[in-house]
Ligand binder design. Sequence first.
Ligand SMILES: [Zn+2]
Length: 436
Amino acid sequence: MNSELSPRVTRWRGNLLRLNSAQDARIESDQVIEVDEQTGSIRLIRPPQPGEKVEHDHRGRLIAPGFIDTHVHFPQLDVIGSPAEGLLPWLEQHTFPTETLFCDPGHAKAVADVFIDELLRHGVTTAAVYCTSHPASVEAFMQASLARDLAMIAGKVLQDRHSPPGLHDDTEQSLRDTEALIGRWHGKARLHYAITPRFAPTSTERQLAGAGEIARAFPDVFVQSHVAENRQEIDWVRSLFPGDRSYLAVYERFGLVRPRSIWGHCIYLDDRDRALLKDHDALAAVCPTSNLFLGSGLFNFSEAAHRWTLASDIGGGSSFSPFRSMMAAYEIARLGGHYLSPSTLWWHASAGSAAALGLDHRLGSIQAGNDADFIVIDPATKPLLARRWAAAASDQARLFALIVLGDDRTIRHTVVRGRIAPLSDQAASSSSLSPR
Ligand SMILES: [Zn+2]
């Protein structure tokens, strides 16, 4: 064989999770994934040959698409688990003071590395990420993502009112910064920019209008913000924007509800709001652990005719693990009398999210031509999970056992463009445990 013509490949062997639709997830036993080492994409998937030896033999384990987290705040890494009486006090007491530290590029870089480690440790290979209002926080996150060759979506938070000193934006400068960051980062390697007004109460009409103008000028850039998370917040929006029909309608007025717009929470929507999301091909990022932690409310899964995806919302969310988000979504749906099947839950945590983001030609499923971003799941890493897995009578039962019993230990490897993603803290962690 002519080695110059045949690409160098790395082969991964294991059971393969196929997510064909929200209703159809199945496990194909014992397959080989060939990854083109040069492009980092999947070349082909085939059954193993007799006696074949592969570079990464994971027989008995499950190879699944990397998870996608569609709403998460990297600067809030250090406010996870901060108790407060609801969203607005939580922002004031914990989040805003922590975010002011990100004017320091050194601090931003250090936190970005730990944050990305946590995503990868939990099997998340792509995320839609809020930075802070400081351009330095975007630089730090994008640089850290670029260094690890990750497909990430991120943006500078816009907040030019009702914000403490240290986070408060200058309106015109914030818009110039946004355009400059788009020019610098959007489309570079695997990075995407998201225009990121924090939420309507912390932006003036001029800032929202400017964000809308930029969104029109750059239709392939993402937009992300929060909407209808908490009743107190909604009352505040009503008092600030008395002429608008609803909270979501404020964003619509400024041209921000559009394809590639990602709306965090979407708990208190009415039928017209839901139709608005659907008609504009916008998506909801549902954050179930955050909604429970902050007591914001329960997302209405039965009425969600629009696209929806699952997200952690760290630090309002209580876990980086998509298993926890799927579990909380399941429980919230049950409280509303609705049933989310294991297929549906997995779909909205990976393949369905890639489709909703318009990135499914590269991400979200293990198929020839896609980027080789996947995870190796090992049910044997927890005794009870191993027992439950072995006894499960169907793929649905296996997938649900992972949701209920899986955690970061269950993610044996996170693979980015065909290579096991190293964690920046791995070298440090063994030496940082000082004897007591
Ligand atoms: Zn959020």
